[in-house]
Every structure is written in C-alpha cells, then in structure tokens.
Ligand binder design. Structure first.
Ligand SMILES: Cc1cc2nc3c(=O)[nH]c(=O)nc-3n(C[C@H](O)[C@H](O)[C@H](O)COP(=O)(O)O)c2cc1C
Length: 191
C-alpha cells in the first residue's frame, strides 16, 4: 500500500525509551521520550525531541541541563507513567516512587534504578516541526557494569530493554535473536 496519509507513520518504532530528567529549584521531573538519539562521540552528544507543551521542555530551557535515564522492562510502570502524566499536575517522583541518585557534574539527579544514565549540559536547541530538539553534551555516564558484555555492550541476557512500539505498546529483545556480524564484509563479485 502507498498512501499520502502520513498520520500513522510509526514504522520507525521500536525505539528505546529514555526518561528525560530536569530540575528547576526543588522540583525534579521526568518524562518518557522515545525520540532520542546518540549524535556524536567527540564531543559526546545526545539528543531528545521534546514538544514545547511538555512541562519538562521549559525546565530544560531554564536550567540548561538534563539527564537521560534508561530503565529495564521491570520498571515499565515508571516508564509509561512518566509518559502519561505531567509534572505540571503531579510530583512524578513521589507518585511513582522514583529513587533518585545525585549527579556527579550537574544539579539534576539521575534515576538510581536505571541501568544507565547520562548527565547532559544543553548545547543546542533546534526547532524540528512541532517539537524542539535538545542537544546535550554528555558530561558523565552512570551504568551498571553487571549488565554489560566484555565489549561494554548491553547484554540482552542480563537486561530486558524497554523498546516502545507506539500506541502504549512495549517490547523487549529476545537474547536468542542476537546476531554478531563481521566488521569487514566480503564484497560479492559483480556477476
Ligand atoms: C513511551 C512514550 C514515549 C514518549 N516520547 C516522547 C518524546 O519523544 N517526545 C515528547 O515530547 N513526548 C513524548 N512522550 C510524551 C511525554 O512523555 C508526556 O507528554 C509526558 O506526560 C510529559 O511530561 P511533562 O509534562 O511532565 O514534561 C512519550 C510518551 C510515552 C508514553
């Protein structure tokens, strides 16, 4: 089927969900963001696309820093909950009993139960359609060594990733589906 109706263009899912944390004065807030991406190694840059009407949006504009927290499927209630209620109406840290961990460099805390978290300082903000894309310089990384392989990759035997399929649906990875490919491939001879 080919259609010019782009209202259901969800085929780029599944995406890993990050919980974007922000702090303004004593208020700490987290929101789920599936639209996130690694952008650069040197300097280390990570980006999240956030709609201006999110409470988190202006918190980051004001504080110029944020955290990105990766939680496993065991914490799906926190992941989904922070994506369905606003910090404007609720204290999500209390509501979902989110355990906080003090950051090393920035003032905004990370989530203690995250298997990995980035401390980011805001370096750019770009309008992208109806969202704004926040680019953060990663100034500290928190991770649980026990869930990594010898190559420092996430080990799907040890961690149930939370991947978002869209429309309130989540999926995890089957460790048996991992395929390790050669870094140099054999170029097939032209026929
Ligand atoms: C799984 C999931 C992924 C989401 N991804 C994004 C996203 O990438 N960008 C965005 O602006 N909102 C996204 N949302 C919606 C926000 O998380 C949601 O509106 C949230 O309540 C905003 O919280 P806040 O008002 O406290 O900032 C997502 C929601 C869910 C459930």
């Amino acid at each position: 089927m080919i259609t010019k109706d782009i209202s259901g263009y969800y085929q780029f899912y599944p995406c890993i969900v990050t919980l974007v944390g922000a702090r303004r004065k004593d208020k700490v807030n987290f929101m789920a963001a599936a639209w996130n991406a690694g952008l650069s190694f040197r300097p280390p840059l990570f980006g999240v696309s956030i709609h201006p009407k999110r409470f988190t949006h202006d918190m980051i504009v004001d504080s110029e820093e944020f955290t990105c927290n990766f939680l496993s499927m065991e914490h799906i209630d926190i992941i989904h909950g922070t994506g369905r209620v606003s910090g404007r109406d609720y204290d999500k840290v209390k509501l979902f009993s989110i355990p906080l961990e003090k950051s090393k460099v920035i003032n905004c805390p990370t989530i203690e139960s995250a298997y990995a978290a980035y401390e980011c300082k805001l370096v750019h903000r770009y309008p992208v359609g109806d969202h704004n894309f926040f680019v953060g310089k990663v100034v500290a990384v928190h991770y649980n060594k026990n869930v990594l392989t010898g190559k420092n990759l996430l080990n799907p035997e040890k961690i149930n990733f939370s991947l978002y399929l869209g429309s309130n649906s989540y999926i995890s990875a089957d460790p048996d589906s991992v395929q390790i490919m050669p870094s140099e491939i054999e170029i097939p001879m032209p026929q």
